[in-house]
Design a binder for this molecule. Structure first.
Ligand SMILES: [Zn+2]
Length: 101
């Protein structure tokens, strides 16, 4: 099973959707976009890890495991260990050291 960060899992889905829209639109088929405008779309940032993993399995037919130990940067979404994070005590905006600068 492939281990990925949450950010990587989201990016793979987004890239895939963009490619789908682009390639269909190039052939004059806007049905995929129309469906989204009609029914709405739940952003991948609102998916739980389990939902993202299930979506990957359905779309790519590959099993992924989102790295849940460690901490996630609120800005870039990457996974980090405690030493690589800067914690904000007042709210949940914890950033990796790169994003905190
Ligand atoms: Zn970051």
């Amino acid at each position: 099973m492939k281990q990925v960060t949450r950010e990587q899992a989201e990016d793979l889905m987004i890239d895939n959707d963009c490619n789908t829209v682009e390639s269909m639109a190039r052939e004059g088929d806007l049905s995929y976009l129309s469906d989204i405008f009609y029914g709405g779309f739940k952003g991948y940032s609102d998916y739980t890890n389990a939902e993202l993993e299930a979506e990957h399995l359905e779309v790519f037919e590959t099993e992924i495991s989102i790295i849940t130990d460690g901490y996630m940067c609120s800005n870039c979404g990457g996974g980090f260990n405690k030493d690589e994070m800067v914690f904000d005590e007042n709210n949940d905006n914890d950033f990796c050291k790169d994003c905190a600068e």
